[in-house]
Design a binder for this molecule. Sequence first.
Ligand SMILES: [Zn+2]
Length: 419
Amino acid sequence: MQLPGRFVQWIMSCVTTVSYSIMINGQPTKPFPAKKGLRQGDPLSPYLFMLVMEYLTRLLKTVKKDPNFNYHPKCGKWIIVQLSFADDLLLFCRGDDISVQLLLQCFQQFSKALGLVANADKRRIQLIKSVLFSIQVYWSQVFVLPKKLIQLIERVYKTFLWTGGVEVSRKALLLWDSLCKPKATGSLNLLAIGEWNKAVICKLLWNLCKKKDRLWVQLIHVYYQKQNALWSIVSKQASLKVQKILKAKQYFEEAGYTEVDIEGISSFSIKIFLAAHRRLMTKDRLKGLGYVEDVTCSLCNSEKETMDHLFFKCTYSSRVWTLMLQWQGIQRQLMMWANELEWAGKYYKGRSITTELYKLVLAGTLYYIWQERNGRIFKGMQRLEGTLSRAIMQDVHGRGESKHMLQRRLRELNYYPSM
Ligand SMILES: [Zn+2]
């Protein structure tokens, strides 16, 4: 297109200096360079796309002039050969050999200029990815597929990939697993059906925990949950399908996620928090696993984020605790994690009004501190200690309202302590 060399250089430096960083368990990794591509959301990309498509349009104009070329019957009137929607391209012509040939030649010239050469094998893979795979995707979103079925589907794919037919043969030409690995490792990057199935079932469980406004989710909650937290239901009465969805929690747990992360403390249960907290991924743990470098606590920005620090020692958290204790009228010094829990354990035994309230406050405070920490890391949002403690107090009010014994006490607690 005869663009000036300097202009080309500018564009090239934009697309060759890109690096990415990805979030793993809430922490951005060290940036790594991208071989090609734009920064995400780069305003340059629509212009580049238009430049490239302009080139294609010019090529197609030459096809239009060819006397052998015939327009698609519905497009002749408007002399349309191509339509582009975002990154989709539709080409039209009459279905005769010569027209298709001309269009193909033009397209090949375009691919060559772009360095994107389509080959027949690739297209077969594309067909598996886009057609065969989508059929299977539909069903695997709804059902946990039996292993046998997954194996059968994979055999059909493999056979089609190598022979172009659908007759399943016994020859295993290449391990499917290696086909499913990312392209960078030298394979063809097809998705592993079993893994995919696992992922979408996890999504169902996620919805079950989070999307409480959906009818099917409400239904399951009403039928199976009753008093328990969803996470802890072991319902033998549930239908096979629901049981399978509930079992997906094991995948979350294997990945180090806990009920607190997934469900939030919807039941506001301290028992759940205590059971789960040992597995909360604080930065010191993430570093131990090699996921992050920086272990600075995001609440105070000065010390190392350990479990003990985050929830108790941290200047931020301790101010929140102080306010919460003050609010309940508990007169004592703050303690460390272990001591606080020990104190809570002793304190817990009764079922007095004070105990019930303390349970709610403890669970709420732990949960809100964890939320605040995540909000800072993931969303860059932060609340002051006072704001956070007010949110906890309001939440405790909301939850306590349904407990008859707490109603009167909460009416007395209708104030915010001063900092
Ligand atoms: Zn801190």
